[in-house]
Design a protein around this ligand. Structure first.
Ligand code: RTP
Length: 148
């Protein structure tokens, strides 16, 4: 089954949105496969955002991500990468729809609360970076009530 990497950024943690965000993924029916609470250093943040290293906002983005603890998660389910991005909402909260996480809880693009992998291949890379030890191996007994 498909997996995605989701990170609650330092602003989401500081604002007490961890339970709310986990609840949205759980209530949708996705399964939690990995979860850790940690503060990353500059080298790690630069690796995570390596694809954006040429962007003018890169240094500010790295500074923001290392400014406090984050919640790193792996969620699993059918189409979880695409659906996860829909639950999260558009990158710029000015354009994210109400009902999405960013639409409901964020205003500025540089404080947009949460990250979600943008493709199956980047999810695989990000999960490998954040969870080199691997993820939990379990299957929800609710599957027959979520999938036909
Ligand atoms: P994310 O990786 O965090 O899920 O975000 P995304 O794919 O929706 O957006 P991406 O273009 O990959 O940008 C990564 C993060 O960089 C910050 N950003 N700031 N100041 C700016 O113009 C700007 N643009 C992007 C955001 O925190 C964005 O989530």
């Amino acid at each position: 089954m498909e997996q995605t990497f989701i990170m609650i950024k330092p602003d989401g943690v500081q604002r007490g949105l961890v339970g709310e965000i986990i609840g949205r993924f759980e209530k949708k029916g996705f399964s939690l496969k990995g979860l850790k609470f940690l503060t990353v250093d500059q080298a790690f943040a630069e690796k995570h955002y390596a694809d954006l290293s040429s962007k003018p906002f890169f240094n500010g983005l790295v500074e923001y991500i290392i400014s406090g603890p984050v919640v790193a998660m792996v969620w699993e389910g059918k189409n979880v990468v695409t659906t996860g991005r829909k639950i999260i909402g558009a990158t710029n909260p000015a354009e994210s729809a109400p009902g999405t996480i960013r639409g409901d809880f964020a205003i500025d693009i540089g404080r947009n609360v949460i990250h979600g992998s943008d493709a199956v291949e980047s999810a695989r890379k990000e999960i490998g970076l954040w969870f080199p030890e691997g993820t939990a191996n379990w299957s929800s007994s609710l599957h027959p009530w979520i999938y036909e």
